[in-house]
Design a protein around this ligand. Sequence first.
Ligand SMILES: O=C1NC(=O)NC(C(=O)O)N1
Length: 302
Amino acid sequence: MFENPFMNASGVHCMTTTELEELAQSKAGTFITKSCTRNKRSGNPEPRYYDVALGSINSMGLPNLGFNYYLDYAINYEQRQPAKPPIFFSIAGMNTTENLEMLAMIESSNFKGITELNLSCPNVPGKPQLAYDFDATFSLLKQVFKQFTKPLGIKLPPYFDLVHFDQMAEILNQFPLVYVNSINSIGNGLYVDPQKESVVIKPKEGFGGLGGEYIKPTALANVRAFYTRLKPDIKLIGTGGIRNGQDAFEHLLCGATMVQIGTELHKEGPSIFDRLTKELTEIMAEKGYQTIEDFRGKLKTL
Ligand SMILES: O=C1NC(=O)NC(C(=O)O)N1
């Protein structure tokens, strides 16, 4: 249980212990670490993140301070008194071996929180978004659940075909996942500056993952599609395009249990969680809802 359904999206405001501590002290219900690899990574050349009117474009390339840095922080955080809500730990290995290695280290550690397996980073040159390869995803999850018994969720890219929702849900329903987090950025968009007649980020000739207002309809569709296809014990985390209480309400109405904030958090900083919790509370009061369960998942169709 969390005070409220809000948390950061992995990658935003969670690279360093300073940033993580700001989230810990914020009004967010909980928070998640930057997707890590076994060893630290410098990531792609800058500029690699750019805010635009309708959202953001990024090609960070999984820069992070390495697995041990984040696990040390997470375990220290869990030992604080009074006890804090569970936190989330994101991993994004460069290959199956690295993912299984990190999961084995988490399994044998004192970490008691929730692990998020990121299968959807679109920005490592030459690396596909694993979750677009259904067989590879199935094979990885089979290996994962042979060895991992702690709570595990996965971060998925957006899908755009109902058959893909059916196929992915059929795979995911075979595993004891705690949640599915939809969506990661919409991969490989291109933002053009017409004055400079140029792209705005350096990696991959300007191609990068889109976040923000651009992606809310796709995010809502993915949350809804998995909510209506997955077995009830696999919860949904809704990520994508949440700028205010109304956007959060829409994700919850589609079936999300928690919501993650990326682009807007990057623009506004951790005080956004004060605003979002207040706005959602006001919306619920206006509509006469006492709890989120009064409306969660109850999107009407025509
Ligand atoms: O999973 C990810 N999604 C993104 O949009 N960017 C980051 C990254 O590039 O590190 N990773």
